[in-house]
Design a protein around this ligand. Sequence first.
Ligand code: NAG
Ligand code: NAG
Ligand code: NAG
Length: 599
Amino acid sequence: MFWRSLSILAIVPLGLATPLAPRWEDVRVKHSWKTVPQNWECEGSAPEGTTIDLRIALKPHREEALVEALYEVSDPAHPKYGAHLSKAEVAALVAPHPDTHELVHSWLAHHGIPSSSVSTTHGGDWLTVSNVPVSQADALLGASYQVYRHAETDDTLLRTVGYSLPAALHDHVAVVAPTTYFGGPRALRKTLHPSPNAKLLPDGDALIRAEIAALEAIHGPGSAASVPSSCKSTVTPACLRALYNTTSYTPAATSKNVLGIAGYLEQYASHSDLTTFLNKFRSDAKSAAFTVTTVNGGLDDQSNPGDEANLDIQYAESISYPTPNIYYSTGGSPPFIADENTPTNTNEPYLDWLDFLFEQSTIPQTISTSYGDDEQSVPADYAQSVCSLFAKLGAQGVTVLFSSGDSGVGDGCTSNDGSNKSMFMPSFPATCPYVTSVGGTTGVNPEKAASLSSGGFSNYFARPSYQDSAVSSFLTSIGTEYSGLYNASGRGFPDIAAQAENFQVVISGSVTSVDGTSCASPTAAAVISLLNDYLLSQGKPTLGFLNPLLYSTGAAGLNDITSGSNPGCNTKGFTAVKGWDPVTGLGTPDFGKLQAIVG
Ligand SMILES: *[C@@H]1O[C@H](CO)[C@@H](O)[C@H](O)[C@H]1NC(C)=O
Ligand SMILES: *[C@@H]1O[C@H](CO)[C@@H](O)[C@H](O)[C@H]1NC(C)=O
Ligand SMILES: *[C@@H]1O[C@H](CO)[C@@H](O)[C@H](O)[C@H]1NC(C)=O
């Protein structure tokens, strides 16, 4: 197809290359669900006068340019390793062809949308069309926007089950949002459980710390034998710092290095709970404070601390101290008020947060996010566009980590393509090949896979070459087991893992215990942030996109996890084995060893 149009172009005289106005009536479906997504119920049309802001992702002129540049600067074997790109360089790489802008603007004009309501973001590869009346959006996109209510959460949204674009635009537009993505960030933490396996330590971990000191006196700091066995049932910062070998490192680039935590869902991180937590569990860091950046109407309600937010910030701070931490509170899921004629919030929290981040003059070098959703609930065109935004962050030298999910190989394991076929349920954004996805472990000496740890294979993203050899070895080892339930050519996840059970957390003043890969992502991110601190203190570039390093020279700096499994979908799930596996990835970080590898 591409070849044919090239050869036609070659024989058409230049002046005739764009002779005809496109036939805007010739539309093709861009994305459509077979049925209304599960748990959403239609409440009818939006009230008269409702408007929405539409975001249009434009395809880059050269589709592969960004990813090629990303791999060059992220592959330790490439001469350009570490030569991260500026914001302007990245914007140039993803710039659409000038014809794309012209076509899209003439399509909008054809529908009576003035160019004054169109603005560009991300340096020109996304357009925002503001205040579009719903009836006009319906006409523009061959859509039927309706108000939908979620049966369990009661959230309401304005969405359409399908949308179309003129055939002439399909090669130019990657996605339009909000359209068919009904989900939103979902926190990846299991329910809080103030027992049964966990031992609560309301008064702090003085005993654990004494035990570590005694073991270190015998075995030396940084020895696996210095991690006490009580860390099996009670995880505290002291356990993690001993286990991941960060205890003896003193950060030295705290004027430059920053660790970011992305938060959604009206989750607020409490300053006073952090102080209480540090007094109990890391008193030398009790002065640590984080800053809150609110994005798109996000709030910072200190009287209403969130378990996810507190968990993330308490572990990020206590491991990375004294590295500055930023907590991003992104709004964007307000209830859709069906009886007010106000513009609806477009309600695309990832995009709101990413828009904000790309506008900043500096971005934290390491960012952890503990939210995700079943990949199949995210339209493929939307997932691909958001994943490209993570690639842009990586190209600019930012390490982006996501928790892998808490459902093993999945729950609710039925495909939503109309066939109702049984399948494992990968989780997005963990399946985006340009993020580092963090699974879960539990126990010490040895660390094992946590059974909740989500892992598997993407149905949207092909296996990237950096993990070809690691993933092929695993697939060979399992033969035909589970064949048909997962996509053997898809991107395998997670990439790494960290502890994910029995974390002591302070919420509203009291100690409670939590499980989930939400524990693992900020823990791994804090360790990576310390590596970035070390590199910056040496005048070296930051790690940026980690995976090409992890799957090559970096693997020797990880503790391979070789037991445990991630049951789900009425199966025993995958089993952690030597080398990479879709339960714990390549293993858990050893700061001391990684420092020697990257330094
Ligand atoms: C799939 O499941 C839905 C809901 O249970 C049902 O309505 C539909 O008929 C099923 N489709 C097939 C092909 O079995
Ligand atoms: C499996 O993954 C490949 C690569 O991403 C994709 O093209 C294919 O559609 C996927 N298959 C299924 C059944 O999802
Ligand atoms: C911890 O890091 C040190 C280097 O700082 C290294 O010598 C040691 O082997 C590491 N400990 C473990 C248990 O790997």
